[in-house]
Design a binder for this molecule. Structure first.
Ligand SMILES: Nc1ncnc2c1ncn2[C@@H]1O[C@H](COP(=O)(O)OP(=O)(O)O)[C@@H](O)[C@H]1O
Ligand SMILES: [Mg+2]
Length: 269
């Protein structure tokens, strides 16, 4: 178990556990479809993520991972169901205030090209009205946290490698020290060596900062390497939620068994 000491082992999150950091109950999302028939992106998802836990959401493209994630920070509003963050129904929260407590990292870092590294990392602090010296100190601290040299602060995103851009994206998401961080395929665009390096760094970072993290990936090797638990989605539903051992030894359905077999073969593991 990574992070906050009082949390229970991640595979033992039961009804008697302390308030989960995130709880989804029967969450559903329909989008208006092109032909008038609604597209069901998320179809009755329920899950709990304990404080300090790293949960990986995995599944093939279009299975509803991003939509599930975006409902947690209210970038997308559910059509039905309930979402609680730190015990509170997020519908009762001001979306801006809610998002201040939720870091968000998207693929390729999602950096603003016209802002320097320091500008990107310190963005949320500026929006919060922090004084300049405090922002500079925080930016320096964050660059160090994600293993970026201080000299990079004045560079622009186009002057960075993919791995460096990704680290900047992580630093930016951590700027206001949110207890919860959502990461949507953060390592998807990177080469395998950089990926493995960033995996190791994320685990170290998680040991130090103890955040609750939901990380979306379509790579089962990545999910097993990083997640305390893994939730496999298929067509808007969670088909299995458990540890690597659960997936390997106790696949819930033939689909899960096949998914694991395909990925194990595909990754050469
Ligand atoms: N804003 C939207 N409007 C209409 N359909 C959407 C929208 N966002 C996602 N979808 C659809 O919902 C389904 C799930 O998408 P998404 O959550 O992005 O999947 P994933 O992240 O797993 O690839 C897909 O069929 C997608 O086309
Ligand atoms: Mg997605």
């Amino acid at each position: 178990m990574i992070g906050a000491a009082p949390s229970p082992p991640s595979h033992d999150v039961t009804a008697t556990a302390p308030t989960p950091m995130i709880e989804l109950r029967g969450v559903r999302k329909e989008f208006p479809g092109p032909t008038g028939t609604p597209v069901v992106a998320v179809d009755g998802v329920s899950l709990r993520v304990a404080a300090g836990e790293l949960l990986c959401l995995i599944g093939t493209s279009g299975c509803g991972k991003t939509t599930t994630m975006k409902m947690i920070n209210r970038l997308v509003e559910p059509s039905d169901g309930e979402i609680r963050v730190d015990g509170r129904d997020i519908r009762e929260r001001d979306p801006t205030v809610l998002r201040r407590g939720i870091g968000y990292v998207i693929q390729k870092g999602g950096l603003f090209p016209h802002l320097s590294v320091a500008g990107n990392v310190g963005l949320l602090c500026r929006l919060e009205g922090w004084e300049r010296a405090r922002i500079e100190a925080r930016v320096a601290e964050l660059l160090q946290l994600v293993n970026l040299a201080q000299e990079l602060a004045t560079r622009y995103p186009r002057e960075l490698s993919g791995g460096q851009r990704q680290r900047v994206g992580v630093a930016r998401a951590l700027a206001l020290d949110p207890p919860l961080v959502l990461m949507d395929e953060p390592f998807g665009a990177l080469d395998p060596i950089t990926r493995r390096q960033l995996h190791a760094e994320l685990r170290q970072l998680q040991d130090r900062v103890g955040k609750t993290i939901v990380l979306v990936t379509h790579d089962l090797g990545e999910a097993f390497a990083l997640g305390d638990r893994v939730a496999l989605m298929d067509r808007g539903r969670i088909v299995q939620l458990g540890t690597e051992a659960d997936f390997r030894e106790r696949p819930a359905t033939p689909f899960v068994e096949e998914f694991v077999r395909e990925h194990v073969r595909g990754s050469g593991a």
